[in-house]
Design a protein around this ligand. Sequence first.
Ligand code: RB5
Length: 146
Amino acid sequence: MKIGIGNDHSAVDMKNEIVKYLEELGYEVVNYGTDTHESCHYPIYGEKVARAVVAKEVDLGILICGTGVGISLAANKVKGIRAAVCSEPCTARFTRQHNDSNILAFGARIIGIETAKEIVKAWLDAEFEGGRHQTRVDMIMALENE
Ligand code: RB5
């Protein structure tokens, strides 16, 4: 499985650790940047990863900024994206199982690297359950066409 990853300047170090962790787990990783600590605009990287997910260049995406919020808000503006900000593994698991989230976001200024790894693992190990959850996801996606 291929994972696209993107981040702003506040999350370069955490991104690098997460890339290493994903590769140890056997995932192929595509890095959409940024790779410097120079201040940048998180919507650029949120959009890059979101477009890569929608275009199926990658199967799923991971986004990291200071809080995880700004970069996920940008990603969620791209049609077809369901980006979820998580600060603990339980929400991460449920957001795959129930919301079929296709992007996971978290904040490098909010959580530590060990929690980030637990969140990533919980999210990637979970599967969408479909059924009644599919109906609800369809309702969310229908909002994009209004
Ligand atoms: C950048 O300073 C910061 O605003 C950004 O990383 C993020 O927290 C936005 O939601």
